[in-house]
Design a protein around this ligand. Structure first.
Ligand SMILES: Cc1cc2nc3c(=O)[nH]c(=O)nc-3n(C[C@H](O)[C@H](O)[C@H](O)COP(=O)(O)OP(=O)(O)OC[C@H]3O[C@@H](n4cnc5c(N)ncnc54)[C@H](O)[C@@H]3O)c2cc1C
Length: 395
């Protein structure tokens, strides 16, 4: 006889683990997470871990803000677990823009954040240098800063959520691949795995860059493509310390973001990335010419890195929708199935609140924040979640 659970989550990244934890908190203890590899071994392992609320799309600001509050109160959120940790460094987030449209976008986004109660401000150059003395700001017009931001550790967050879910009664099966969905007419009533069928009242697919495979099981087409994005670290003569805010440089050709990492500078490209096709093969070798070019861009903003040494680099994949925002919740016409994909480069910072909203949706409850803006049908309806930045992970 097939195993039976109240709810199944496919995918053990930060999104799946967050949902599983929230299911148990909402009283759904007979929940199962199935992961083909190990927890946090998918794209969560490649994440730069930046957390911020700087968006121009208001619902993103609200989800990011609620998530940041959950990161800050993580031990309490996880029922007082003394071992729970996020590795959160509350360094703040500083965004700089040259004159022109991106400068206007920074001002507009700060206004949106402030209208929603976020502690975000425009700074003059003196104020910015007081927060980040390493900066060169000669070509910069607008500077935004928010205090409720920084970076955290995606592995710690994922495994903390998973432990808390287990304590709440949930089951986690790793090294177990889902190979299809079990249907009863149009409804999904479980999943097929290599170890046999498992039944459930509701199934969530949270498989990130593998979502096209999952869409194939459901027989639906999804608005989605995958792209490769590289990250690297640089060393300067002096340590780059964690009191320096996360930096987003809209004046750099590659729209770089930068943060401290073990005394080094972590640099990631914030552009549209490089087309990729195989979710199992993130391009682990970043192109050296590109890295050198982007290291020079970083050194333009932070001259202490003009003689910087390249320490390490890696690439990961983004799951990207046409508006670079996630698709969450029910799939019209298929009862019992919910999806979570399209987080591109900003799924980690949204993961705590997204977990809550998805768990509520799976259990037929009203989500604490509206999930409808993230509905899958918004693309065919022409109701995209696009703000003043256009498409991109800062949307
Ligand atoms: C280079 C890089 C930098 C990033 N930087 C940031 C950042 O600074 N801040 C931020 O907020 N976000 C960032 N992101 C984005 C963020 O990390 C992701 O959005 C987030 O980790 C996605 O989590 P997930 O759970 O959806 O996916 P994943 O972690 O990929 O988890 C999906 C899981 O599904 C499993 N799976 C797939 N198919 C099956 C199957 N058939 N059966 C069972 N299991 C299956 C996979 O093994 C995988 O573990 C970055 C991403 C990358 C790649």
């Amino acid at each position: 006889m097939a195993d039976t659970f109240d709810a199944i989550v496919i995918g053990g990244g930060v999104i799946g683990a967050s949902v599983l934890f929230q299911l148990t908190r909402l009283g759904c203890r007979n929940a199962l997470l199935i992961e083909q590899g190990e927890l946090a071994g998918g794209m969560t392992a490649y994440s730069s871990g930046v957390v911020r609320t700087h968006y121009s799309v208001p619902i993103n600001v609200e989800v990011a803000r609620a998530s940041f509050a959950m990161f800050e109160g993580f031990k309490d959120l996880l029922d007082g677990d003394p071992d729970a940790d996020t590795g959160l460094v509350r360094s703040g987030y500083l965004i700089v823009a040259p004159p022109g449209p991106s400068s206007e976008a920074v001002r507009a986004s700060i206004a949106v954040q402030r209208s929603l109660g976020v502690d975000a401000h425009l700074l003059d150059q003196g104020q910015a240098l007081a927060k980040h003395p390493w900066l060169q700001l000669g070509d910069i017009d607008a500077i935004g800063f928010e205090a409720e931001a920084g970076f955290a550790d995606p592995y710690l967050v994922t495994t903390s959520f998973a432990r808390a879910a287990r304590r709440g009664g949930a089951t986690i099966r790793t090294q177990t691949e889902v190979t299809g969905l079990i249907r009863d007419g149009q409804a999904v009533i479980g999943v097929q795995t290599k170890d046999g069928p498992i039944h459930a009242k509701v199934v969530l697919s949270a498989v990130n860059v593998w979502s096209r495979v999952a869409a194939g099981w459901a027989g639906i087409d999804i608005p989605f493509h995958i792209t490769a994005h590289h990250v690297f670290t640089l060393a300067a003569a002096a340590p780059y310390t964690t009191d320096l805010p996360v930096l987003k440089d809209l004046a750099s050709p590659s729209k770089l973001y930068m943060r401290a990492s073990g005394g080094h500078l972590m640099v990631g490209a914030g552009h549209e990335g490089h087309p990729a096709s195989d979710p199992d093969r993130p391009d682990l070798e970043a192109d050296q010419d590109t890295l050198m070019e982007e290291a020079m861009q970083a050194a333009h903003r932070l001259p202490a890195f003009e003689e910087g040494r390249l320490v390490h680099s890696w690439s990961g994949l983004y799951d990207t929708t046409p508006d670079w925002n996630p698709v969450l919740g029910r799939v019209p016409g298929i009862d019992g199935l919910q999806v979570a994909f399209g987080f591109s480069g900003h799924g980690f910072k949204l993961s705590p609140m997204i977990g809550r909203m998805l768990a509520q949706s799976m259990l037929g409850l009203e989500p604490d924040l509206p999930i409808n803006p993230y509905r899958i049908t918004r693309f065919e309806e022409g109701d995209l979640l696009t703000g003043v930045y256009g498409t991109g992970a800062v949307s």
